[in-house]
Every structure is written in structure tokens, then in C-alpha cells.
Design a protein around this ligand. Structure first.
Ligand SMILES: [Zn+2]
Length: 239
């Protein structure tokens, strides 16, 4: 197996689907595809063939993908989501409630709507180019504390910062956090480019909250998994 696809814990795999962009595949039964698979952040539409290929290489059947969870509306995370709905009648898409209007295509330039203190000038104007992926009108909401029946149980953690409706997924038994874009590990541990963040007033509280979770592996959307001094390093970002 190459380093683009790796297991993080039982029934949890990281799959690189684009340049330094990760999708995560979760076995609903914690081991294989017997009870279906859940994909977190399938990545950009162009990465879908790579994701499907990687799932096959893991010995799993991509047709077993049911739910797709988006940690936020950006196309680099969920641009391929619409394709799952079209290609698989059993696929359902979910995203944090505050990001749903963008995922559903009800607002086309969500970044522009951000408050001045939440998005830099460049972020507001980059919004013109930073469009959400193809709209998924049927996408459903996820709320803080909601439990999902994947990989032996996981909990939705509201993580506003990168976008207002950003979420992370905590897998307490595996001590894994799928952090979305709340923390980047690409070129250091940081909050990611300011021009991509549209809810900066939420960041500090989100990082404090993440730092308080019991996490051995922090798995971001961009960059390799963080496995050393996770709590300390996330806490330092929120300070
Ligand atoms: Zn993003």
C-alpha cells in the first residue's frame, strides 16, 4: 500500500484524493464493508476516480458507500459529493447545519456574506472564485453532539472557524478526530490560509474545544495525520 492510502485505526482509512487533500473512509461496522461505508470529505470532483480506486485497493467495495459527510461546503472537500448521490441511490449527504444553504446551492457566494471581522478582504473577494461544489439539494443537517453509527460510533463536534458550519468528527473508541479544515498539518500545524477562512471569530473556541477532546490521532483535510503532542499543539493554536 502506498502512502496515499493508510489505515488510521480499525475501520478508518485516509485516502489522498488530490494534492495534499484527504478523504476518510469509515467502515460502518468498524471492520469492513459488511454494513456499508461512510466517506468523510470525498474531495474535489476530479478526485472521485482516485477515491473509488483506492477503496477497491483496500479490498472494499465502493458500491457499499452510503452516507457522505462533509466537514464544510468548500469544493475541495465536497465537490465530488453530488456524484455519489447520482451514482448510488443509497447515498445521502450530510453537512453542518450552518453550511447547508451553501451545500444545497441556496447561496452561491457564501464567503461574501461573512461578517467583516470573520473574513479578511481577500477572503470576501476570493468568494467570487471559491464557489461551493455542485449543489446537493437533498443534503441533510448535522448538529453538535449528534451520534453517527459509523466506525463503532462517532460524535459530531461543531467546529466553526474555517466556515460557520464546519464540523469535526470524533471517534472516541479509536481516539481519532477527523478535523476537517479546523487544523492544517501541511507545512506545519496551523489554521490554514486566512483567505479561505470565513468564520474567524469562532476559531479560538473551536481549537480550545478540540484540544480538550481525548484524541491520539488528529486527521485533517490537508496534510498528514498529527500523532504527537496533539493536545498541546492544538491548544497552542487557539491561544
Ligand atoms: Zn476548506
Amino acid at each position: 500500500m502506498d502512502n496515499r492510502t493508510e489505515p488510521l485505526a480499525a475501520g478508518i482509512w485516509r485516502v489522498e484524493v488530490g494534492y495534499a487533500t484527504n478523504a476518510y473512509v469509515l467502515a460502518n461496522d468498524g471492520t469492513g464493508d459488511g454494513a456499508g461505508l461512510t466517506v468523510v470529505d470525498p474531495g474535489p470532483a476530479a478526485g472521485a476516480p482516485r477515491l473509488v480506486r483506492s477503496i477497491r485497493l483496500l479490498g472494499l467495495d465502493p458500491r457499499r458507500i452510503g452516507d457522505v459527510v462533509l466537514t464544510h461546503w468548500h469544493a475541495h472537500a465536497g465537490g465530488g459529493a453530488a456524484r455519489f448521490v447520482r451514482s448510488n441511490a443509497n447515498s445521502r449527504i450530510f453537512a453542518g447545519r450552518a453550511d447547508l444553504p451553501a451545500v444545497r446551492g441556496e447561496v452561491t457566494r457564501p464567503q461574501r456574506a461573512a461578517r467583516r471581522e470573520d473574513a479578511s478582504w481577500s477572503a470576501r473577494h476570493l468568494g467570487r472564485f471559491l464557489a461551493p461544489g455542485e449543489a446537493v439539494p437533498s443534503a441533510g443537517p448535522l448538529d453538535d453532539g449528534q451520534r453517527l453509527d459509523v466506525a463503532a460510533g462517532s460524535v459530531v463536534v461543531a467546529a466553526p472557524g474555517h466556515t460557520p458550519g464546519s464540523i469535526a468528527l470524533h471517534l472516541p473508541d479509536a481516539r481519532v478526530l477527523l478535523a476537517g479544515d479546523a487544523v492544517w498539518t501541511l507545512g506545519g500545524v496551523w489554521r490554514g490560509p486566512a483567505a479561505l477562512r470565513s468564520c474567524r471569530s469562532g476559531e479560538a473556541a473551536t481549537l480550545r474545544r478540540i484540544a480538550a477532546l481525548d484524541v491520539a490521532v488528529l486527521a485533517p483535510a490537508h496534510g498528514p495525520p498529527l500523532t504527537r503532542r496533539v493536545r498541546e499543539r492544538v491548544a497552542a493554536l487557539g491561544a
